[in-house]
Design a protein around this ligand. Sequence first.
Ligand SMILES: C[S@@+](CC[C@H](N)C(=O)[O-])C[C@H]1O[C@@H](n2cnc3c(N)ncnc32)[C@H](O)[C@@H]1O
Length: 426
Amino acid sequence: MSRGTTVEVTFLPGLGDVVADEIVERLSFERPPRPAPGRDDALRVDVDGPLAEVLGLRTAVAAFVVRHFDVPRPRSLTSGDHLARIVDAMYASLRVGGSASFRFEAAGSDSAVFARLAQLLHEATGLAYDPEHGELVVRVARGHTSRPDADPGWDVLVRLGARPLSARRWREVDFPGAANATIAAAMSRLAGIGPHERVLNLMCGSGTLLVERLLAGPAAAAVGVDDDPAALESAAVNLRAADLRVAALPVLADPAAGPAGNEGGRVSPLGAGPAHGDRAGVATRGAGPAGADRQATPSRTGPPTVASHGASAAGPAMVRLVQADATSSSALTAALDDEPFDLVLADPPWGALHGSHATGAAVHAGLLAAAHAVTAPGGRLAVLTHEVRIMERAVADAAALWTPLGPPVRVFAKGHHPRIWVLRRA
Ligand SMILES: C[S@@+](CC[C@H](N)C(=O)[O-])C[C@H]1O[C@@H](n2cnc3c(N)ncnc32)[C@H](O)[C@@H]1O
């Protein structure tokens, strides 16, 4: 009996439960997801629906069609039946996402055996073999067995798609310190995705958390807040690249006209063009490299200014980008002079890129207080932070404002171990 196509889904360690939930929700399968043998960053699932659905997973890093071979060494993979099964897996991948070339990820991939295998796969598929930059990844690795006396054989895993699932087409601006998109998608899922909710992304930077939330489902309203105009410009570019409608960027004080702030300073429009697909509307405006090496200095931008309030009557809400200090309750409530939000997402500054450890306690405490001021009772706040001890203290001190919905989720990402807190407003 067919068990469907076995697919291995990889993820950032720590996100396994969220990824399993997304698989269960999105895919049809014969057998539910189970841990991939020998790994803490992969699940296997026997998909019996269209493989293209796998490409829609937003919390996963990559997905591979799995073929197991009871052979003692890779040389055997070049023989008739085995080769045909590998070619079949490559075609399964090509049907859901085109690639022009392939490469191996395998120990010994520069050996004569792999050169022979590459030649045969090239002849069978027409794909160019490009050991460095090949798009279609063919991973060859030892299999796994629980029986110590048995040969584990070999697994061949063919990646679905020419790029990993975690690569986002919408990321046109690579903002320093931007959140990993799979973590951002996981945050929204952990906090819950309600279709008619008002969503706020504080300290939005280039908009990763907001984009991922809005791509996961509609929202009644969507607002991104940052105190850095360059960050807001980056967010506008990325949101539009994700086909989301963005209101004209805020009217900001012209720094050349005097002290920061709108009172007393000349104001000039940032991007007044059409909301959708208008690159001219996000031209950089003398703010230096986006967010690089800045200190988090609360209230340095003066009174916040708000972009158009235009939410579309047809179609999804238009995203507003607002310049404001997200650690000041008074500044934030003044900037967001409308209904409270149901879901608030935040990714406070960390390290040298967007803040400093010294200001971390004030930033986190200020964020929790300011978010409370603009969130509806029962609303949720999801915070991704590397400042674990500082956040633990801030959450304990804000016990009257926020209740944790569970222990924080620890994620492992490129040598960093940030955590995701999900809190409910009192
Ligand atoms: C870690 S980055 C956010 C990155 C973002 N999630 C992304 O994917 O691009 C932190 C952001 O917080 C902003 N920020 C720092 N202090 C702030 C404050 N007091 N009010 C508002 N934004 C602030 C910075 O400008 C920066 O864009």
